[in-house]
Design a protein around this ligand. Structure first.
Ligand code: ATP
Ligand code: MG
Length: 421
């Protein structure tokens, strides 16, 4: 019988990969906690309405990427394509937003029906950060600095570039949109097919068209920065000043608009040239209008989401995963001959008590070539237990170091010493 396979674009994460995932997740968590952020956990499924109303009807996500289905009650539900809308829904529903400030983060799978390829999957993972209730540029600077600190910790800082733009207020953007449409309408015949369609529905998205002739056409098009309102202009200059003071480098990309409708003022992306076409590892911006749009009171907000798979690809490509991350245990403990398994198991329990944090894996199969098998595990420490005249003794191996025999009673002390060294 043919075996059932996983769904295309939805990946299993295998035992040798999970340590790298955990390393990334733990590093992110540590940085977020250094900035005083709180975790939230949202459901993976929401009412379809939530995403339609927030992301925008004429965006790639809502037009063609959502996994939408009817449940048994005939209600339209959607597997979340991103986390911001759910996070706002959560905040509103539990009264966390009005008249308060919040610094929140979440992680988990997101779902988009896209063409699977390197760095682009149908189930992928994001770590998202969302802040609420803070209108000035200092919080924009904070979330960007937080991400910069993370890249530094992960050894990625030299491989990523920060791109920055301001989208201005809704009014400023509407005015710019009209000017852009007028310019492009007159040159319709030179637009690629996608851009032609967007000219009607979402003209700003034409700015990040991948088509080279469209890009060339844009060289002489009106630029968004000329249309910025005073408030957005001041906000953007405050942000740049803070980033300059903090030594965070950036490039202004006047064509950066982002694919979701809810952004205003600051937008940014961290991009790398090391992953081919899927080069954006983290993206975000300000979305002051979204809470109101979803039925709440006006609440300023800034956030971003990073793509976990792309960050892991980048860590692997740059070969910056610290040695030891992939090793799931410190000590491999085995009996050297038959009849000792009970003692080995209780010795392992004793060592876990006596040396907190020590990760012990006990050998639980045949004892043929036990030394070679133990070394194949790559364990930093190996203890082979045998019965000697004076009682239970363990031969301790540390890499290629000469081995030595230790009485059972001294084993925890010796292991503690060599393990900490
Ligand atoms: P792209 O332009 O690459 O399609 P996007 O603008 O759709 O990205 P966002 O919605 O801003 O992406 O999501 C934030 C981050 O999540 C992206 O920068 C990327 O790292 C990651 N991401 C988005 N879609 C996918 C996907 N299908 N597979 C893997 N990672 C993804
Ligand atoms: Mg996309």
């Amino acid at each position: 019988m043919a075996k059932v396979k996983a769904i295309r674009g939805m990946n299993d994460i295998l035992p040798e990969q999970t340590p790298v995932w955990q390393y990334l997740e733990n590093t992110v968590k540590a940085v977020l906690s250094e900035y005083g952020y709180n975790e939230v956990r949202m459901p993976i499924v929401e009412q379809t309405e939530l995403f339609k109303r927030s992301i925008g009807e004429v965006t790639d996500i809502v037009e063609k990427e959502m996994y939408t289905f009817e449940d048994r009650n005939g209600e339209s539900l959607t597997l979340r394509p991103e986390g911001t809308a759910s996070c706002v829904r959560l905040g509103e529903e539990h009264g966390l937003l009005f008249n308060q400030t919040q610094r929140l983060w979440y992680t988990g799978p997101m779902f988009r029906y896209e063409k699977p390829q390197k760095g682009r999957y149908r189930q992928f993972h994001q770590i998202g950060v969302e802040t609420f209730g803070m209108a000035s540029a200092d919080i924009d600077a904070e979330v960007i600095m937080l991400s910069a600190r993370l890249w530094k910790k992960l050894g990625l800082l030299d491989a990523v570039t920060l791109q920055l733009n301001s989208l201005g207020s809704n009014e400023a953007r509407a005015e710019y949109r009209a000017a852009l449409v007028e310019y492009l309408e007159a040159r319709k015949d030179q637009l690629d097919e996608d851009s032609l369609r967007r000219l009607e529905s979402n003209p700003l998205r034409i700015l990040d068209s991948k088509d080279s002739s469209t890009q060339a056409l844009l060289d002489d098009a009106p630029v968004l920065s000329d249309y910025l309102d005073d408030d957005s202009r001041a906000h953007f200059s405050d942000l740049r000043e803070m980033l300059d003071a903090a030594g965070v480098k950036y490039e202004i990309n006047p064509r950066l608009v982002r694919g979701l409708d809810y952004y205003c003022k600051t937008v940014f992306e961290w991009v790398t040239d090391k992953l081919g076409a899927q080069g954006t590892v983290c993206a975000g911006g300000r979305y002051d209008g979204l809470v109101k749009q979803l039925g709440g009171r006006p609440t300023p907000a800034v956030g971003f989401a990073m793509g976990v798979e792309r960050l892991i690809l980048l860590l692997e490509t740059l070969d910056v995963i610290p040695e030891g991350v992939r090793q799931p245990f410190d000590l491999y403990l085995a009996a050297e001959h038959k009849g000792l398994q009970n003692q080995v198991i209780s010795l392992a329990e004793h060592l876990r008590d006596a040396v907190p944090g020590l990760r012990v894996r006990v050998h639980c199969a045949g004892l043929k070539n036990i030394g070679a098998k133990a070394r194949q595990t790559g364990a930093p420490l190996i203890a082979l237990v045998k019965q000697a005249d004076e009682g239970l003794v363990a031969t301790l191996w540390q890499g290629e170091e000469p081995r030595f025999d230790i009485a059972q009673a001294d084993l925890d002390t010796v292991i503690k010493a060599v393990w900490n060294a």
